[in-house]
Design a binder for this molecule. Structure first.
Ligand code: 26W
Length: 822
């Protein structure tokens, strides 16, 4: 029977339609008379889901049989965006199903538009995790992601009078076809309690973590299909549920609120994603999220490991765990606890297993982003783990002392415990000590961590433990899916779609930059992408963005170090300049649309003022008829993955202008250039490597270098550095009230004065304006610009997440692909 009915779901147009109609009738309980676009989306999604699950099953079965080494990617964020289009493309179903849907009376574009984003992440780190899952699946690696299933993802952003407002992102309003609830996989997680000591049968002193309150972690599996392979990997997201349903005795006694209390407390744990990007806030609930997640994930991994009868010392030969930043660092402690307390291993044997299992990726050098947890809080929630952290630290510092006798200074610097009141656990230190490899995410960043935040660890461990793994992006979503017209034009030039699995093949596009006809068509694609964005802007903001203008884009989280403030100050400078011109002089000007997008953390007041200033400038500039259409300023609200897919293909130039040394890598810079957009940026993060690949002629770099930053800051702090005169006149203009009541902007302007201009806007402003001038000049020669655009795309092969994942697999995880059977 299994063989008879276990045949594969077909993928042709007719079977799509059959399955679509069946899902409308059964899954949705509707009829042909009441199928709207949303129902059509649901029916299509379920049809695709059936095919996904089949591959998912086959992949997991193959892995179970082969039992290869697996990598587990621990990430508190997976910023997946929409799934339907991606699944259609990766499974190669788009054409047939598109036809099928059309004959049923729908347009595929409208159907795709119905899906809400899975926005379980803040920005760079979360989207990187999503790109890496795509590559792991595509390259047939046996991999799982582990994360949390937040009920609320990153908040939705609205604007009110130019100010950011936050709305909850309740993304699970309707059923989510992209997850498989695994209600049978439930793991009890504990908090609190106490530690008891006892002597075991061998006379050894042992510890047991007892008591405390329990909640359940329930698994939801999200299938991630590879492109051009049957391989389909899994992200397991945990959702918190109460251990028991509500307390019936209290309910019967009429204490209804108390009766549901425990249930609510349990469900709180995975209720909401913390909306802070690059900023640590020491909230107890966040620590609970982290422990809940790593406890359940490790229990799951160990259950899988124990299915085969292997000795513990083989654990690192079967399991690699990558820590996506310090958020999952407690996993190090938890594994040590399991091995020592529960499995009875000696401390040193256990620790050897632990350190061979874990590797740690650092994503930021900003001091305010470093995770530190107060010891009393950790002690109260996780008493045994706190003891183990102290022991890990003790044994570690003993080794340090042996290597550096009588150097108290280095002990204090390296200690996992920060000696303040109260004491804190430095999670980055714990992550380094508990991992066999530490990596940064771009060349400059990886060097910086070795010479700044982790330099004393390099003294102790030597440099080999610290590596670079330059970030990458998936060309499937960020070119093929987001920019289908350009994807087709590339495929046409290269003869086939092999480049989607080997992005280095893009280099064969280079000769086509010389073809006038190819350039014409390349330009036409960019133009049509700009038209699409202009229509979106008109619909959402009412602003007319002329697609014949230069589209200048900065979209990313709003943060002082990313310097959107400098961008808008530059816009004001341009505005004054335009107003100073005679009508004849204006004829020579390249019209620009300056586009901003991005969310500010709800508690980050300065960042929120930047949004307000952008909107105030937008209101003034867009209403000023004297400058005609030469400048428009747009803030597109609610920037997210789906919006990025519209914005990125439409940019002529995008800005990546962080203070040198602050942006670890950036990944949107790669997405823009891959889509033939040029970049204006500082010598920071991956901009540097992009420059190396695409050449000096195809990028606009400016500003001070990272090695100058300390001196410049020092100068601001201790000497009276006069403000750049152009910057000063822009500030004066704001203060005069040209962009509304200037008093609200005082705290923002103060960052440049009383705040000692920590992010060095004044120091870089002159070279920023110069670089902008070069952009304007270059854009006048449309044909030359287009050549640059083609060369940019052609030279971006290195930045595929496939390359990045292969490096991790070969150099850190020792992982081999396991191709799923066709
Ligand atoms: C504890 C609060 C917190 C939350 C999130 C601290 C730090 C984070 C993330 C690590 C911030 C983040 O997303 N960093 C970004 O990671 C990207 C992927 O490597 C890089 O491209 C960006 O440069 C970096 O800012």
């Amino acid at each position: 029977i299994w063989e008879k009915y276990g045949c594969e779901e077909s993928v042709d147009k007719e079977s799509f339609q059959k399955s679509f109609v069946r899902h409308v009738n059964t899954t949705l309980a509707r009829s042909s008379l009441n199928v709207d676009n949303f129902s059509a989306y649901q029916a299509t999604a379920h049809t695709v889901r059936d095919r996904l699950i089949e591959r998912w099953n086959a992949t997991q079965q193959a892995h179970t049989l082969k039992d290869p080494k697996r990598v587990y990617y621990f990430s508190l964020e997976f910023l997946l965006g929409r799934s339907l289009d991606n699944a259609l493309l990766n499974l190669g179903l788009k054409e047939q199903f598109g036809e099928g849907v059309k004959e049923l009376g729908f347009r595929m574009e409208d159907v795709l538009e119905q899906e809400v984003d899975a926005a379980l992440g803040n920005g760079g780190l979360g989207r990187l995790a999503a790109c890496y899952m795509d590559s792991l699946a595509t390259l047939d690696y046996p991999a799982w992601g582990y994360g949390l299933r937040y009920t609320y993802g990153i908040f939705q952003q609205r604007l009110k009078d130019g100010f950011q407002m936050e709305l909850p992102d309740y993304w699970l309003n309707f059923d989510n076809p992209w997850e498989l609830p695994r209600l049978d996989i439930a793991i009890e997680v504990r908090f609190g309690g106490y530690v008891s000591k006892y002597t075991d049968e061998n006379g050894r002193t042992r510890h047991r973590w007892e008591g405390g309150d329990g909640v359940q972690a329930v698994a939801y599996d999200v299938p991630i299909p590879g492109y051009g392979t049957k391989n389909c990997i899994n992200i397991r997201l945990w959702s918190s549920k109460p251990k028991r349903q509500f307390d019936l005795s209290r309910f019967n006694a009429g204490e209804y609120e108390q009766a549901v209390n425990e249930q609510m407390k349990a469900e709180n744990i995975t209720a909401v994603l913390y909306p802070n990007d690059n900023h640590m806030v020491g909230k107890e609930l966040r620590l609970k999220q982290q422990f809940f997640w790593v406890y359940a994930s490790l229990a799951d991994i160990i259950r899988r490991f124990k299915k085969t009868d292997r000795a513990w010392d083989q654990f690192p030969e079967k399991v690699a765990i990558q820590l996506n930043d310090t958020h999952p660092t407690l996993a190090i402690v938890e594994l040590q606890r399991i091995l020592v307390d529960q499995e009875g291993l000696d401390w040193d044997d256990a620790w050897d297993i632990v350190t061979r299992t874990f590797a740690f990726t650092n994503h930021t050098v900003l001091p305010e982003a470093m995770e530190k947890w107060h010891v009393p809080m950790v002690e109260y929630l996780l008493p045994r783990h706190m003891q183990i952290i102290f022991d890990i630290n003790l044994f570690f510092l003993q080794k340090v002392e042996k290597q550096f006798p009588n150097d108290r200074d280095i002990l204090a610097k390296l200690s996992i415990i920060e000696e303040a009141t109260p004491q804190s656990v430095r999670m980055a230190h714990l992550a380094i000590v508990g991992s066999h490899r530490v990596n940064g995410v771009a060349a400059l960043h990886s060097n910086l961590i070795k010479t700044t935040i982790f330099k004393d660890f390099v003294k102790f461990y030597g440099p080999k433990k610290f590596e670079n793994k330059t970030n990458g992006i998936t060309p499937r979503r960020w070119l093929h899916q987001a920019n289908p017209k350009l994807s087709n034009l590339i495929t046409e030039a290269l003869g086939d779609k092999k480049w989607l699995k080997d992005l280095s093949l893009l280099k064969n596009l280079e000769p086509h930059a010389k073809s006038k006809d190819y350039r014409r068509r390349w330009k036409a694609v960019k133009h049509s992408n700009k038209v699409r964005l202009a229509e979106y802007i008109k619909a959402k903001t009412g602003i007319d963005a002329n697609p014949n203008s230069l589209f200048d884009v900065q979209v990313k989280r709003i943060h002082e170090y990313k310097r959107q403030f400098m961008n808008i100050l530059g816009v004001i400078h341009r505005y004054h300049y335009l107003k100073s011109l005679t009508p004849e002089e204006r004829r020579d000007i390249v019209p620009r649309v300056v586009i901003f997008g991005g969310k500010a953390a709800p508690g980050y007041h300065i960042a929120k003022l930047v949004i307000k200033l952008i909107n105030s400038v937008s209101a003034t500039v867009n209403a000023d008829e004297s400058i005609e259409d030469l400048l428009k300023v747009v803030f597109i609200p609610d920037y997210n993955v789906s919006l990025a897919e519209i914005i990125i293909p439409a940019s002529d130039i995008s800005q990546h202008i962080s203070t040198a040394g602050t942006e670890a890598s950036g990944t949107s810079n790669m997405k823009f250039v891959l889509n033939g957009g040029l970049i204006l940026g500082t010598v920071d993060g991956a901009n540097i490597e992009i420059n190396e690949e695409i050449g000096d002629d195809n990028i606009f770099l400016f500003g001070h270098l990272a090695d100058r930053v300390d001196d410049l800051r020092h100068a601001h702090r201790y000497r009276n550095v006069p403000m750049d005169p152009d910057l000063q006149s822009v500030i004066t203009s704001i203060e005069t009230g040209n962009f509304g009541d200037s008093r609200i902007f005082a705290p923002l302007i103060n960052t440049l004065t009383f705040g000692k201009d920590y992010y060095l806007l004044s120091d870089d402003f002159g070279s920023y304006l110069d670089a902008q001038k070069l952009v304007d000049e270059a854009y006048k020669d449309e044909d030359e610009w287009c050549k640059k655009s083609i060369l940019c795309t052609a030279r971006m092969g290195f930045f595929s997440s496939d390359r990045a994942i292969r490096e991790y697999a070969d150099q850190i995880w020792d992982l081999k692909p396991v191709p799923a059977k066709a």
